[in-house]
Design a protein around this ligand. Structure first.
Ligand code: FRU
Length: 476
């Protein structure tokens, strides 16, 4: 096997094989446990297992035996398996609530099931499986249970659709169930339905409260603007099975952040993890990228802490454990002008760059990441007047990296309050995560640089821009 160029140092990747959605992060009996959609046998999606890894610090993971293997008639199927779900701890036991997906008489049947463990390593599927069936007989589109505790009961959200998830005319649904024992579930109704607005199917719904706000999120299929994730802010009434939407926005401005889920840590932090890839039904996806040449495919975002800032906006930042690991090593000031200037990042695409960009008098700051000696790489353009960030990967050597992604920022009155735009960039080999304006806006992407693409340049095509920077290095 050729030397690994793309496996991130700090982001979770499976030792070998395929990975997609995060299926939970939970503190149980002295360890963090991470679960994820996994195929241990090769680098493509099929026969879904639940992979399992443990950690003491959220960053260094040791992969253990699979938590769930598709071996029951309700989940054993190469086109299905043990699909996404979530873990909960109750009465000293760790429960995994998951979707079983298998064909029955030629038709896909998805049901909600559970497995339980006393030690956090060996899981047994419960006798009562399957626990929940689709309420309207649409058995092919009923998945991704997220279990939370609210108003004194267990609540389960499941993604669904009014029809065929591949048909843009169908409406995404989020179903709500309640239970007192995690095994017997009462159907409460449809918590939210797209009704022509947000896509044909909601995968991986999530619901949580933070600072008194309720947030409902999902990964919609066929969203009219092809948003890979959607975030509703509002209020919830579990008894009436109603979610009142006050505000809607994207969770992430990029195209490589899917099926995100939040988890509560014992210290009160709300942690967000997403899968840094996408599905082939997305118009920008042709395949899942070249990491399979290194024997693995799929990566999770950095664990991010969610918080509300002074204006009450939901923001994201990498967990403090990550920041502590690569404290600032280099600090400086540069005046960006029309000529390319190098930032001192060493030669290995694994660093955290923090920038303070003066807004007044500035038009565009350009940063070229993963660049070769000629300055060809991934171009980020921060437009301070047009209020957008553009990520252009056309300068990469690898043919897989192409295209332009644009997200907006800085348009609201609250955004305008600061004189400087802060940008925090985490570059970890084949991953890029950009946190703008204190985490008010985030863009996640993947890029596969060649061995000679590791430099970072800055430039200002218009007037000069004074720039303070700090760089921390991610240890290998
Ligand atoms: C989301 C998803 C889920 C499903 C899982 C299968 O990425 O499609 O809806 O449970 O992946 O691996």
């Amino acid at each position: 096997m050729k030397k690994e160029l793309w496996r991130p140092f700090l982001h979770f990747t499976p030792e070998k094989g395929w990975m997609n959605d995060p299926n939970g992060l939970v503190w149980f009996k002295g360890n963090y446990h991470l679960f994820f959609q996994y195929n241990p046998y090769h680098c493509n999606w099929d026969s879904m297992h639940w992979g399992h890894a443990v950690s003491h610090d959220l960053l260094h993971w040791e992969q253990t035996d699979c938590a769930l293997v598709p071996d029951e008639k309700y989940d054993k199927d190469p086109t299905g398996g043990c699909f996404s779900g979530s873990p909960v701890v109750w009465e000293d036991k760790l429960y995994l609530v998951y979707t079983a997906s298998a064909k029955k008489d030629g038709k896909t049947v998805q049901t909600q099931c559970a497995a339980v463990s006393e030690d956090g390593y060996r899981f047994e599927k419960v006798r009562e499986n399957p626990l929940v069936e689709e309420p309207f007989g649409n058995t092919e589109n009923f998945r991704d249970p997220k279990v939370i505790r609210a108003d004194g009961r267990w609540r389960m959200l499941c993604g669904g659709s009014s029809g065929n998830a591949d048909d843009p005319q169908a409406d995404g649904r989020i179903y709500l169930y309640s239970s007192d024992d995690l095994l017997h579930w009462e159907y409460n109704g449809i918590l939210l339905e797209s009704k022509g607005r947000w896509g044909s199917m909601f995968e991986c719904p999530d619901l949580f409260s933070i600072g008194g706000k309720w947030i409902l999120t999902a990964s919609p299929m066929n969203h009219p603007d092809m948003w890979p994730t959607i975030c509703f802010e509002g209020s919830v009434d579990f008894e009436a099975c109603r979610f009142e939407v006050n505000e809607i926005r994207r969770y992430d401005g990029g195209n490589r952040f899917y099926a995100p889920q939040t988890y509560s840590l014992p210290d009160g932090r709300k942690i967000l993890l997403g899968w840094m890839n996408g599905w082939l039904w997305m118009p920008w996806m042709e395949d899942w990228g070249p990491a399979s040449q290194e024997g693995w495919r799929g990566c999770l975002s950095l664990p991010r802490e969610l918080f509300l800032d002074d204006t009450g906006r939901l923001c994201q930042r990498p967990v403090k454990e990550a920041a502590a690991l690569c404290e600032t090593k280099v600090r400086g000031r540069i005046v960006a002008g029309s000529a390319l200037q190098k930032l001192p990042v060493e030669d290995r695409n694994a660093c955290c760059i923090r920038l303070n960009i003066k807004k007044e008098g500035s038009r565009q700051l350009r940063l070229i990441l993963m660049a070769d000696e000629s300055g060809s790489g991934t171009e980020l353009t921060f437009d301070l007047c047009g209020h957008f960030l553009a990520v252009d990967k056309n300068g990469m050597e690898n043919k897989w990296d192409k295209g332009l992604t644009v997200c907006t920022f800085g348009k609201t009155a609250e955004d305008a309050a600061n004189d400087f735009l802060t940008a925090e960039l985490w570059i970890d080999r084949s991953t890029i995560e950009i946190f703008l304006d204190g985490g008010r806006y985030v863009l996640t992407d993947t890029v596969y640089p060649s061995a000679s693409q590791y430099s970072v340049y800055v430039q200002s095509p218009y007037k000069q821009i004074p720039l303070d920077y700090e760089i921390g290095f991610i240890p290998q």
